[in-house]
Write a protein that binds this ligand. Structure first.
Ligand code: NAD
Length: 258
């Protein structure tokens, strides 16, 4: 089967959809026929609206996409997000791609507690809150299955200089994914995590060019990743083409750290 329409009008919620990987995921899922609720941080509602507007015109008929503000680290904000999404679309999302994430890099010897907690709050607690809210809504609706995709990082496996907070959060996301996969399987809900390597986005724009060059030189496939590389894997995990895959960590690294 070709990829066009393989999501058949399923409703997808993408957090962090205003930028980088999340924006590419929105475009790819819409291309595959999903309606996309783009959920982004309050401070970037403009970017979310831009993403949603950019999705219009995907064949066969323009599906209804919508942008919502959310702070994934805040339980009341996430509760409100799910209520608004369900009110807008009349059903809970059967696909979730959790792309919202931040970095606050500092070497361990200088890392303060606040940026440690902040990074865990968005990347790990935020992933938990949105996943729980979506799973609760799906189960309450008696919905037949779903696919939850977390965006972790290969840094959660191998660690990274200056990223003790981020690596801890992303390692936590992998454990969260596997526990969710075990608990939600009986509801037909699959849960997988993608582990990007170094992908060129606004997030990596903060990394010194000489560090990026060094990593690019270490990648067996010979280049840094593109958001599209990650989006394509998310679309596969969202679709029935991956119906026997759950609890998996899929590295999208060009072979880095294999
Ligand atoms: P990005 O900065 O371009 O996008 C991150 C998005 O998350 C932004 O739209 C931002 O507004 C949103 N966000 C931040 N805090 C939020 C909050 N509290 N609530 C809701 N939304 C919030 O970065 P990206 O590179 O596209 O990263 C996307 C995901 O991929 C992140 O989880 C990141 O950790 C992960 N990742 C990225 C790379 C990479 O090399 N770029 C590698 C591995 C993993």
């Amino acid at each position: 089967m070709g990829s066009a329409g393989r999501l058949g009008g399923a409703l997808a919620l993408v957090t962090g959809g205003a930028s980088g990987i999340g924006r590419a995921v929105c475009a790819r899922l819409a291309r595959d026929g999903a309606r996309v609720a783009v959920a982004v941080a309050d401070r970037d509602e403009v970017g979310a609206g831009d993403t949603a507007r950019g999705l219009r015109g995907h064949p066969p008929t323009p599906p209804p996409h919508a942008a919502f503000g959310v702070d994934v680290a805040s339980a009341p904000s996430v509760t409100q997000l799910l209520a608004r999404v369900q009110e807008h679309f009349g059903a809970p999302p059967s696909i979730l791609v959790g792309c919202a994430g931040i970095t606050r890099d500092e070497f361990l010897l200088r890392l303060q507690e606040a940026p440690f907690r902040e990074v865990l709050g968005v990347n790990l607690t935020g992933t938990f809150l949105v996943t729980q809210a979506v799973a609760q809504a799906l189960v309450a609706a008696g919905a037949p299955g779903g696919s939850i995709i977390h965006v972790g990082s290969v840094v959660g496996k191998v660690g990274n200089l200056g990223q003790a907070n981020y690596a801890a959060a992303k390692a936590g996301v992998e454990g969260l994914t596997r526990s969710c996969a075990k608990e939600l399987a009986r509801f037909g809900i699959r849960c997988n995590v993608v582990l990007p390597g170094f992908i060129v986005t606004p997030m990596t724009a903060k990394v010194p060019p000489k560090v990026l060059e060094k990593f690019a030189g270490m990648v067996p496939l010979g280049r840094l990743g593109d958001p599209q590389d990650v989006a394509d894997v998310c679309a596969f995990l969202a679709s029935e083409d991956s119906s026997y895959i759950t609890g998996a960590s899929v590295e999208v690294t060009g072979g880095l750290f294999m």
